[in-house]
Design a protein around this ligand. Structure first.
Ligand SMILES: N[C@@H](CCC(=O)N[C@@H](CS)C(=O)NCC(=O)O)C(=O)O
Length: 257
């Protein structure tokens, strides 16, 4: 059976699309993996009225009304199938490349059921605290005003403070979970021993780097354990820096894959 055609639209410096970029590099995918599986990556930007437009007009136009990342799977004779969440896109790619993990591609969930459960814990907690970061941001940061839909007059200090407390609590909880692996054992990954990088590292790093790059906010400023994790993980190739994301936008994904 012919493999489906897959198109993924990415706003390269955005929070959730970064997860996909980090994923592609961490997985050790090469342009040939993408072409074999008929995967087209399309960098997009925000046009007038907050619509998404492809940076390269020869590449497919983003469907209307989507958030990014967004993926469309096309099978002959079947209607287009849309996948709208970054987590689901990473899961789909994990399944697609699952059989190739034995070879040159990296395992990103974990080598044991326990390690995979830790990865799942980290992803779920990060997704929870991202919501609080968003609530804090739109109630306190002027850079959110152009897109938040909330005016400065509507900002709530009480809500921002509440969100900040929740963020602190989530980070303390995460530090409790990973302290032994990161501090005592010196692991690179939040998922523990024997794995270089996991989906858990990817989702946390995307949030940390995005917050600094776009809002000048240091998410891990009070986190001793996670600061150690960040120092190690941030040097890795998969943690694609802002300038390289922008370079990829112009010169294509070959820059890093
Ligand atoms: N939960 C979604 C969030 C996606 C999201 O909010 N993406 C932002 C850009 S980083 C976006 O497209 N915002 C505009 C919108 O939602 O209309 C995911 O994990 O993919």
């Amino acid at each position: 059976m012919a493999s489906p055609k897959i198109t993924i639209w990415l706003w390269m410096i955005g929070l959730f699309p970064r997860r996909i970029i980090y994923y592609l590099v961490a997985k050790k995918l090469k342009p040939t993996h993408l072409s074999t599986h008929q995967i087209t990556l399309v960098p997009v930007t925000w046009g007038p009225g907050g619509t998404l437009v492809s940076l390269d007009q020869s590449l497919p136009t983003p469907p209307t009304g989507i958030s990014v990342p967004h993926m469309v799977i096309q099978k002959p004779g079947a209607p287009d199938f849309h996948v709208s969440e970054s987590g689901a896109i990473m899961e789909y790619l994990e399944e697609l490349f699952g059989n190739e993990t034995e070879g040159e591609l990296a395992e990103l969930k974990g080598h044991t059921p326990e390690q995979r459960a830790r990865t799942g814990d980290v992803i779920s907690l990060v997704n929870d605290f991202i919501q609080c970061i968003g609530v804090h941001l739109v109630n306190s940061h002027p850079a959110s005003l152009p897109w938040s839909g909330i005016s400065r007059e509507e900002w709530s200090t009480a809500t921002a403070d509440f969100a900040q407390k929740r963020i602190k609590r989530f980070l303390e909880r995460l530090e409790d979970w990973v302290k032994d692996d990161i501090v005592t054992k010196g692991c690179k990954s939040l998922s523990g021993e024997g794995i270089e990088v996991s989906l858990g590292d990817i989702v946390l790093m995307a949030q940390v780097e995005y917050a600094r790059d776009l809002y000048g906010t240091e998410v891990l400023k009070d986190c001793e354990v996670l600061a150690k994790w960040w120092e190690r993980a941030n040097k890795e190739k998969w943690c694609v820096k802002m300038e390289d994301l922008q370079k990829m936008e112009k010169e294509g994904f070959g820059v890093l894959l």
